[in-house]
Design a protein around this ligand. Structure first.
Ligand code: G3P
Length: 411
């Protein structure tokens, strides 16, 4: 049997789900064995794959989060574009079967799909329905209402009104897309690597300053990067939480209260209506340097992972969006959205309007490092050391240095 190595960043229950998908594929045929390995969080997995490539020990397939896209694209000799891989292996593949908001993020300007969509998400507003009811407030739809709801929750005895995670993604990248504001020049980097960050505008600064000010009476409490603040929501400390739709599986498993998810709040001082949110999560990148028979097995595995049954199952278990139209349709037929109200929020947000240059996504080089810089500056804001405008100016300046460094490295 031919071995196919798959490195991924899914810990805990999602890691078990990955193992199950690989085991099911392995049981469905006898030529190939897919071996999944957990390599740490998204950054650690990506770094491990790059180091392994340099050492000639790269896996066939690696899961890379969305902000690693420009870096992977630039690693030309290292990646095997999946659309080409599927064609070379004679495996049927049609990009039109996938959700436009997902594929467009991973296509070259010429329309070639580089990596296989697998686990795409988008941030939503999670709420503790019992707590909101007890505080006598409705589910908020605007930032003004979020502020009022947070106050009512704290007044009613909660430790915190709202928290969030993946703060660059939620509060800068998606806040901007949702309100049709640019993150940077050159169509957020899609039109060229010679781009500059512009997210340090008045609108984003005003929103972040208002959030920082909400800390005074615990209407907002910061709880760390990525998903670190999840327990604050599931333990019942915070009544609202903004983060990935893909926390659905964890929240179902952990929350002992009635919860729901709704669209991201609208800042009415910035826009009259929301635009659309952008994806997060990750895709699967094939790496060069292996035998053609191995790529044949990999192509079959990618077809298996994208099948309506597998994708609908993964979507319903985790809260990642169904990446194909068929998987979304199957979930509907199976009555998933009817039995679990709110689980279509992510799809609705992503397809709310035709994306603009500001809301298609982002493609900035070194963005993994830029997110670290944004995290540092936002944490200085939450600590009360600097204003929101200073935090954003610092992040944009430091980020622009990293963009220039990236531009030099790809020339
Ligand atoms: O938690 P995930 O997998 O939805 O990913 C969140 C962010 O998009 C990662 O960049």
């Amino acid at each position: 049997q031919t071995e196919i190595n798959w490195w991924h960043a899914m810990g805990g229950t999602n890691g078990e789900r990955i193992d199950k998908m690989a085991a099911d594929f392995n049981a469905s045929q006898s030529d190939y064995v897919v071996k999944p390995s957990y390599k740490g969080n998204y950054t650690e997995t990506m770094t491990a794959a790059i180091a392994a490539f340099r050492a000639g020990e790269q896996p066939h397939l690696v899961q890379v989060f969305e902000v690693g896209t420009a870096t992977m694209m630039a690693a030309k000799g290292a990646i095997y574009p999946v659309e080409k891989l599927m064609a070379d292996a004679g495996e049927p593949f049609n990009g039109d079967d996938y959700l436009p908001a997902v594929v467009s993020y991973y296509q070259t300007p010429e329309g070639e799909l580089l990596s296989m969509p697998f686990n795409s998400s988008t941030p939503v507003l999670w709420y503790n329905a019992d707590a909101l009811e007890a505080a006598g407030v409705e589910v908020p739809g605007t930032w003004e209402e979020v502020d009022a709801a947070a106050k009512a929750l704290v007044d009613n005895g909660m430790k915190c009104g709202i928290s969030f995670g993946w703060q660059s993604w939620v509060m800068i990248e998606n806040f901007s897309a949702w309100h049709d504001l640019a993150l940077g020049t050159k169509e957020n980097g899609f039109a060229g690597f010679d781009t500059e960050l512009t997210f340090n505008n008045d609108q984003v600064a005003a929103r972040l300053q208002a959030v920082a000010d909400m800390q005074a009476d615990n209407k907002f409490v910061y709880g760390g990067r990525r998903g670190d603040s999840l327990p604050m929501f599931t333990n019942g400390e915070c009544g609202m939480w903004m983060n990935s739709s893909a926390y659905y599986g964890s929240i179902v498993g952990q929350a002992k209260f009635k919860f729901g998810q709704t669209m991201l709040p609208l800042d009415k001082t910035v826009a009259d209506a929301p635009q659309n949110s952008i994806i997060g999560g990750a895709t699967l990148w094939a790496l060069q340097g292996h035998e053609s028979d191995e790529y044949k097995g990999l192509a079959q595995f990618l077809t298996y992972l994208s099948s309506p049954e597998v994708q609908a199952w993964w979507h319903q278990e985790t809260g990642y969006v169904p990446i194909t139209k068929a998987a979304a349709e199957l979930s509907k037929e199976q009555g998933f959205y009817e039995s679990n109200p709110g689980t279509d929020t992510a799809i609705k947000q992503l397809s709310l309007n035709t994306p603009t240059a500001n809301s298609r996504g982002l493609r900035f080089g070194n963005f993994v490092q830029i997110r670290d810089v944004i995290n540092e500056e936002m944490e200085a804001l939450w600590a009360g050391n600097i204003s929101a405008q200073e935090a954003l100016d610092n992040a944009a300046n430091r980020g622009n240095d990293l963009l220039r460094k990236f531009e030099r490295s790809v020339k």
